[in-house]
Design a protein around this ligand. Sequence first.
Ligand code: AVJ
Ligand code: FE
Length: 431
Amino acid sequence: MRLKEDIANQLIRARRRSDALTEAVEEADLTRQHSPLMSPLVWDYAHIGNQEELWLVRDVGGREPIRADIDSLYDAFQHPRRDRPSLPLLGPAEARSYVGTVRDKVFDVLDATALEGRRLVDQGFAFGMIVQHEQQHDETMMATHQLRRGAPALSAGPPNPPRDRDLPREVLVPGGTFTMGTDVEPWALDNERPARPVHTQAYWIDTVPVSNADFIAFIDDGGYDDPRWWTPEGWAHRSSSDLNAPLFWRHEGTQWWRRRFGVDEPVPLPEPVQHVCWYEADAYARWAGKRLPTEAEWEKAARWDPATGRSRRYPWGDADPEVRHANLGGAHLQPAPVGSYPDGASPLGVYQLIGDVWEWTASDFTRPPGFVAFPYREYSEVFFGGDYKVLRGGSWAADRSAVRGTFRNWDYPIRRQIFSGFRCARDAADV
Ligand code: AVJ
Ligand code: FE
């Protein structure tokens, strides 16, 4: 059966990545905390296995627990990241053996389970949720690797896709109603549902993300030192945290340098800026005479097809992501220059909406009208409200199984160890 084969392949692909990320460093680097913002790598690894046991072995499979005794260690809500290194965690070898045992049982469960009849397994949902969960933690582990000091452990060549230069800077998205969210995407998570009509005014949106060259112009113009561009909260944060450039950047002479996975290199000007927090993105946009797009505006630019009025699964259409569409999966360890991936552009000519960098939006992470928590409140519902800002699209480190036109990510507005960038928008006269 094709669905089961696809699920098995996606599980294997995710595990290959988790294994590579944890085999790349010495044992001491797996158990150490590289930043108080992050878990030790060995926590992520065993947590991946524990979630898989909870949902696929116990719930879907109805099997006996393998290690009920460790559930609370790997419950993200019981222990904040900063406390995780002091827990009696499984060591690297034990963790490998545990996640391997879980995975063996999961293949057995997959074989034995009809993927219909029960909402949790319908069209393979629970398996898809667990594939995405593993890939999300793999991206988190990439952020830990980026924070880690010491000799480089990961390497990869740069992306080299075709690139369009001389693009228009912005495109006009007409006012009107489009379908936001989805009822039909089988592995969409609860916060992407349901599909509903949403109206936007006409707006202009940048065809590409803000580049390092653009962002340096903001720095050179004194953008970090001018309170006109910052919200009061942003200005307070910029002042208390001494923000003056994206995370991992350093200025020497007339040159900006950055540290990327343990290697110092000149900041590449045509690349989308990354490692900026929401406050920096918001200040840049105001400096540029623009603003961040709302979440609805971002999604309309990414999904709305003016020819049919339909919302597509991805900017390029309904086909699953291929290498030619977007920079995904952590294959290159960096974003591609702005204007890359013409095959992944939206019908209106907006580039790189999926892949390269997560894009901050103006919007808080809120409950969609008609939302129903499924299968657990702690995935989305407990985060709704004004504390988190929404990021859209997916970074170069996000996997294709864990990004879509409807996918919603969120984080605190001060966070920038994530692979976050942005693009700008502005109001237009209604057309
Ligand atoms: C959706 C990326 C914000 O990593 O905190 C992982 C995903 N949820 N384990 C996160 C998640 C539970 C979540 N984000
Ligand atoms: Fe998790």
